[in-house]
Design a protein around this ligand. Structure first.
Ligand code: UGA
Length: 436
């Protein structure tokens, strides 16, 4: 089966490479010639574990190719996925759908065979209706249906998530589109991945509801962590204790510096806008957005406290380990490290940092921070070391070496990767999240 993937960003590229790996014939299309050129040369535009290998093996097998020419890319494709970006619209938080609609227009001009057009981009409820309207207005002499198929991939674990999904959601009221989509996902279906068919609008909402619910879960445990600090409880025990209840579940209950990334911040805002437009306010999500925003800067204050308070902190040096919003990605979007670095520099603290993949993208976002080429270089002479992102490389630092390199042995662990008793026994003043 031939599949076209319009948009070769994170979602399009991972999905395209995985579909090819399942044996489909996939063309990834992007209007950016530089991106297509580098992909043809085997250079990935993003860092995602396993992706470069998956792309190159499928290119070699002749199942995956890249083009800037939409007409050529969609020719003969039974399913055309729209996987272009839907950033937050500047100023108002609505999802910007101009890229999605521009692709729909172009498909309307160039489609020459029957095809199901599938929105894979995260799009607000009703977007599929508009895509359908655009395609109908093109008066194509071929059969077209529009389906929604949201993605639930996590950055850093995207290939595994694609190949072993908890579920695949397909939104369409059209029987033929259901058949085509069943064929697209047949290889996964054979692996017993549950295929959930819903209406198109339900499917569009499922994506936002899923991300918003996960954001609620994280924010809930973050607030419990703050309470734990006040009452002398341990948030990790609390998370374990509630997570063992099958109705709650253990996942996404790791307290930390607040969620970031390209999805939760943007999608929660877009959901709020939809809720507002339809006069069905989602007050829980409103609160979550506010609490999470405030938390990132509060983490900066936590570091300042560990440095002895505002007066004492001025002129001291803090080393940030990890800058990306989570490990195994170079993505810096809405990363808590940005607000933390800002709060520290505002307080007159000199900041150094090291991140295994994120420094290039981080540098312009925090120009006052000195980027270092290793964790130990960042730590040298620091008055506080702050673990911001839980990269594996920071989970087993040589604490004796860290202590010897620092000016003062202060460790602020915003991801709870160390055991408080062990670290304190090694002579550190240790602060973590929600633990006595
Ligand atoms: C998220 C969802 O998990 C995916 O299912 C979804 O497909 C994706 O958004 C998307 O909409 O494209 P992602 O943003 O890659 O994936 O990252 P997550 O692993 O969900 O982490 C998001 C943020 O929450 C990170 O900042 C992470 O550190 C934080 N987090 C996560 C916590 O603070 N605690 C947790 O227990 C889990």
């Amino acid at each position: 089966m031939k599949i076209a993937m319009v948009g070769s960003g994170y979602v399009g590229l991972v999905s395209g490479a995985c579909f090819a790996d399942f044996g489909h014939d996939v063309v990834c299309i992007d209007k950016d010639p530089a991106k297509i050129d580098s992909l043809r040369g085997g250079i990935m535009p993003i860092y995602e574990p396993g992706l470069a290998e998956l792309v190159s093996s499928n290119v070699r097998a002749g199942r995956l190719s890249f083009t800037t020419d939409l007409a050529e890319g969609i020719a003969g494709a039974a399913a055309i996925f729209i996987a272009v970006g839907t950033p937050s619209r500047r100023g108002d938080g609505h999802a910007d759908l101009s890229f999605v609609y521009a692709v729909a227009e172009e498909i309307g001009q160039k489609l020459a065979n029957d095809a199901v057009v599938v929105t894979k981009s995260t799009v607000p409820v009703g977007t599929g209706d508009e895509v359908e309207r655009i395609l109908k207005a093109a008066n194509l002499p071929v059969r077209v249906a529009v389906a929604s198929n949201p993605e639930f991939l996590r950055e850093g674990a995207a290939i595994g998530d694609f190949k072993r999904p908890d579920r695949i959601v397909i939104g369409t009221e059209d029987d033929w589109a259901r058949q085509v989509m069943t064929e697209v996902y047949r290889p996964l279906f054979l692996n017993k991945a549950p295929l959930l068919f819903t209406s198109r609008r339900s499917s569009e909402l499922i994506k936002y509801a899923a991300n918003a619910f996960l954001a609620v879960k994280i924010t809930f445990i973050n607030e419990m962590a703050d309470l734990c600090e006040k009452v002398g409880a341990d948030v990790q025990d609390v998370a374990r204790g509630i997570g063992m209840d099958g109705r709650i579940g253990p996942k996404f209950l790791h307290a930390g510096p607040g969620y970031g990334g390209s999805c939760f911040p943007k999608d929660t805002l877009a959901l709020l806008k939809t809720a507002e437009d339809y006069e069905a306010p989602t007050r829980i999500v409103e609160a979550v957005v506010k609490v999470n925003d405030a938390r990132k800067r509060a983490m900066g204050r936590k570091v300042i406290e560990a440095l002895g308070g505002l007066d004492a902190a001025r002129g001291k040096k803090a080393a940030l380990l990890g800058l990306t919003f989570k490990p195994n990605t170079d993505d810096m979007r809405d990363s808590p490290s940005i607000a933390i670095a800002q709060a520290l520099t505002d307080a007159g603290v000199a900041v150094t940092a090291y991140d295994p993949e994120g420094m290039e993208l981080a540098h312009p976002l925090m120009p006052e921070v000195t980027m270092c080429d290793s964790a130990y270089a960042a730590i040298a002479g620091a008055d506080a070391t702050v673990i911001v992102t839980e990269w594996d490389a920071f989970r087993a630092l040589d604490l004796a070496r860290v202590k010897a390199a620092m000016n003062a042995p202060v460790l602020v662990d915003l991801r709870n990767v160390y055991d408080p008793a062990e670290v304190r026994a090694k002579g550190f003043a240790y602060t973590s999240i929600g633990r006595p």
